[in-house]
Design a protein around this ligand. Sequence first.
Ligand code: PMP
Length: 411
Amino acid sequence: MNKADIYKIRDDFPILSREVFGNPLVYLDNAATTQKPQCVIDKITKMYCLENANVHRGVHFLSQAATDEHEASRRTVQKFINAASSNEIVFTRGATESINLVASSFCRKFCKEGDEILITAMEHHSNIVPWQMQCDYYGLKLKVAPINADGELLTDELSRMITPRTRLVSVTHVSNVLGTINPVDKIVKLSHAQNVPVLIDAAQSVQHCRVDVQQLDCDFLVFSSHKIYGPTGVGVLYGKERWLNDLPPYQGGGEMIESVSFDKTTFNSLPFKFEAGTPDFVGTAALAAALDYLTLIGIDKIAAYEHELLQYATEKLLSIPGLRIIGNAGEKSSVISFLVDGIHPYDIGTLLDKMGIAVRTGHHCAEPLMHELGIEGTVRASFAFYNTKEEADKLVKGVERIVKMFRNVKR
Ligand code: PMP
């Protein structure tokens, strides 16, 4: 994509033309959440203005229209990640809830005391704590595959850590801190070779590269709508039909039942078995609008442009004396975590904010990774396809200004 394409794309995102503290907004916190294109905002308005009625329940026109839209959205998600069937797409409230669903249902059905769950050292809290909770409850062991100094997963080590007691491997596709792209295809193959299913946390990958669940052959995959230009409050769980049929329901309530009596309840078919209560059908419709928008632009084009941005910003940032990048994997997504000698990340983040530049500072919900790296936190600039090289320049100039300020104060 050339400069003109990007500036045209930016016009689709109303928030990108606002100012912060008198400066044009430079939004570089896309790993936390992404901004929404007008088509997503319009879809939400349209749903509330024209099609608001509860789904799967009414015989009336509006309820049917909302149901059709909701189920069409499921098929859009299915196509986007190339799932074999729309029964394999479960809507949740987010990647976090999707992982909690699998952790809770999977461990209840398949895990006994002494069994093991294997994760990696670079997981987000969402892919640690749900497993830890199950481990405490059922007496399981949580094992953690290590990373090297560049922030790359040691896959041979991970493979060796799989034992006959390993019940599941749960691994992030892309690290939200380091940007590392894990070789999930290889991880699935080596885990399957030892008869262990794999969950992929795709919260930081589906928006950046093509994800094909059939090609990956993963057993479960999760992501959040709000990180892929859709609305908040919606998430996706993909599960192979065989697994989803085998797992017990997660939450009970309306929608997920076939029939209920005070003596016994039978459960609905897939995917409704896992969707208790009224789903966010406005949110799912808006997520589908976001996925259609990305498909129109082309996810491969997005991946190529974001890689260009990553290389550009990395090179420029590294020219700042005392700046070091945390996470130097060979395969990286457009996330740059960095530290500057003698300056606290929080100070950098606060001062950049005053220049209209939004970055994230802190442990990024990956405290164990911070301990592993021997640091307390980082400044994280995360790029989306609507970001420009000019914005990367502003980040670099901003950090340079801050470095100068601090050096002058110290003198
Ligand atoms: N996994 C990863 C890798 C993430 O970066 C995040 C969000 N930062 C999550 C899971 C959780 O996503 P959510 O808060 O939308 O449920």
